[in-house]
Design a protein around this ligand. Structure first.
Ligand SMILES: [Fe+2]
Ligand SMILES: [Fe+2]
Length: 557
């Protein structure tokens, strides 16, 4: 399978102190899985899943409730033979097992082809962990269905919609749909080739996928679960009618379906937080927890680097605003921005936003050394984020929020001192180019916020110029070359950031024309906007520093 190349994650537990907590047991488990060579891991998972599913479905499963009668056998006098064929309670277990093994093998083949074809789109991060989770969930729910069969619970109580809910939240709807089809077919085979059971499971769990796909809080999950339970009841009632049951029997089957839906909801509510933590998979609910400013790591940022904390909160609001404009994941962009500069906690005084009234420590350093200290905040941030169990999507934003931008101020200073002996690579960040839309948005919001903050007298026109200039410089420098953002989206992001900044800085902004203009009486051209939107395509020549790191002796952003 093709995998996204990323900056490798730093080793876990290499350092334990105030800024780095020791890894938990599940983090060690994940690190162990990630350390297994990919092909070996996939091979072991495939063989294990194949054996486990074959055993669960094929060993001692119920005799089939439907049999094919060979052509020509129905003749007068053959009644006993027909009965023997239809009602034979003991089919050859080995041939049944062989058939099941072949079916499961084909299902796994389809799953691998599907992942090979669509894996890049549906498993953007933590590929190995997510595949391990998909295999575990499939085995777990098949085992649950087997438990129901073994203990003679009604099959329609099988809480397969729970698999849909958990799987959709953790793995996404596309992979989940495949898993639901496979599991419904398998449970149908396990229950004696019960086609109507497969139909009921498929319809109710398929419905569950599309009900929870946009759920973003535990309360909404509860509501969606109750809705799924009601629909499952209706589906099983309908299937009961198709199966020839009278109205009251079908209604009882509907009640069982409703029970299955409620059981699914309970399972999802219990298992989801456990699996989120164990596999460290980002869900909207987990993002909300990380967005809480009383979160330990954010709280440490406030204590150790208050200037960086304020900057991060502002970048978060800008990034959220911009993400909403283009339909990207606004919550991920906001939370990613909250954490993007946590690495500055290692040496807060070396960053301009934390230097209020203090001596600038860069005065005592060579430009090369200063750049080294500033570059380090990305690596330190990654180490800290990993130590505190941040999900991979946020780690990627930390790594990529400067792309490979040059730290211009110290680069120029070094050129003045050392001339041609300067190695440009020593002045560029090395966290990799932004890949996701959210990482690209945070990079822009970060850079623009820091530059605008340095403007002595911000006006809407000057802010617009900063936005235009920053976008053009980043584009010229190839910083968006691997980013999922389109050109149109980049400009829309710029517009959204400009509007939000004008809103933020409202009281500080100097409007040409004084108070009248501030009160909205200007004709719109005075603040450089036509139709309320900045013209980002024509960048006027200007002298501002496009990257915030150029603006002052001390990196920001
Ligand atoms: Fe930064
Ligand atoms: Fe920043």
């Amino acid at each position: 399978m093709r995998l996204n190349r990323r900056v490798p994650n730093p080793p876990l537990g290499a350092r334990v102190d105030d800024l780095h907590r020791p890894p938990t047991r599940s983090e060690r488990f994940r690190a162990w899985i990630e350390a297994v060579p990919t092909m070996r891991l996939y091979l072991v998972l495939t063989v294990f899943t194949w054996v486990a599913l074959t055993a669960l479905i094929g060993v001692g499963s119920r005799p089939p409730i439907e049999r094919n009668v060979p052509e020509g056998i129905i003749q007068s006098g053959n009644l006993s033979r027909i009965e023997a064929l239809l009602l034979d309670p003991n089919p050859n277990p080995w041939t049944v097992l062989l058939g099941v093994a072949m079916v499961v093998g084909i299902e796994l083949g389809i799953a691998w082809y599907f992942l090979e074809r669509f894996g890049l789109r549906i498993l953007k991060t933590n590929t190995a962990i997510r595949i391990a989770l998909a295999a575990s969930l499939t085995i777990l729910f098949t085992a649950l269905a087997r438990f129901f069969t073994e203990f003679n619970f009604n099959e329609y109580l099988t809480p397969i919609a729970g698999l849909s809910v958990i799987g959709t939240m953790l793995l996404g709807p596309r992979l989940m749909f495949l898993m639901v089809v496979v599991t419904s077919v398998n449970i149908g085979i396990m229950s004696g080739n019960d086609f109507l059971l497969t139909t009921a499971l498929l319809l109710s769990s398929g419905f569950a996928i599309y009900t929870v796909v946009r759920v973003d809080s535990r309360q909404r999950l509860l509501k969606a679960g109750l809705f799924i339970a009601a629909v499952t009841g209706v589906v099983t009632f309908a299937v009961g009618l198709i199966g020839g049951a009278d109205f009251s029997d079908a209604a009882w089957q509907g009640v069982l379906g409703l029970g299955s839906g409620l059981l699914s909801l309970m399972l999802a509510m219990v298992l989801l937080p456990v699996l989120e933590d164990a596999f460290n998979i980002l869900t909207p609910m987990k993002l909300l927890e990380f967005s809480n400013t009383s979160n330990t790591l954010i709280h440490k940022l406030l204590q150790k680097a208050p200037g960086t904390f304020t900057h991060s909160m502002q970048v978060g609001t800008l990034a959220e605003n911009a993400s909403e404009r283009i339909g990207a994941n606004a919550l991920l962009a906001r939370v990613g921005a909250y954490y993007h500069d946590i690495g500055k906690m290692e040496h807060p005084a070396y960053f301009i936003e934390n230097q209020i009234g203090q001596i600038n420590p860069h005065d005592a350093l060579s430009p090369t050394l200063s750049a080294k200290v500033i570059r380090r905040h990305v690596k330190d941030g990654l180490e800290m984020g990993r130590a505190w169990g941040l999900p991979q999507e946020i780690l990627d934003i930390i790594a990529q929020h400067h792309g490979t931008t040059r730290i211009e101020y110290f680069y120029r200073k070094a050129l003045e001192v050392d001339g041609d002996a300067v190695n440009e690579a020593d002045f560029r960040y090395s966290g990799g180019l932004p890949r996701s839309k959210e990482a690209g948005i945070v990079m822009l919001a970060d850079s623009i916020e820091a530059t605008v903050k340095s403007l002595p007298k911000p006006t809407p026109k000057r802010i617009e110029d900063v936005v235009t200039d920053t976008i053009n410089r980043k584009l010229d420098d190839g910083q968006f070359d691997q980013c999922a953002l389109t050109m149109r989206e980049i400009h829309q992001v710029g517009e959204a950031i400009h509007e939000a900044l004008v809103g933020f800085l409202g009281p500080r902004i100097e409007y040409p024309g004084g108070a009248d203009a501030r009160n909205g009486k200007s004709n719109g051209k005075a603040n450089g906007k036509a139709n309320g939107k900045p013209n980002l395509k024509t960048a006027p020549p200007r002298e501002i520093e496009g990257d915030q790191s150029r603006r002052a002796p001390g990196g920001a952003g």
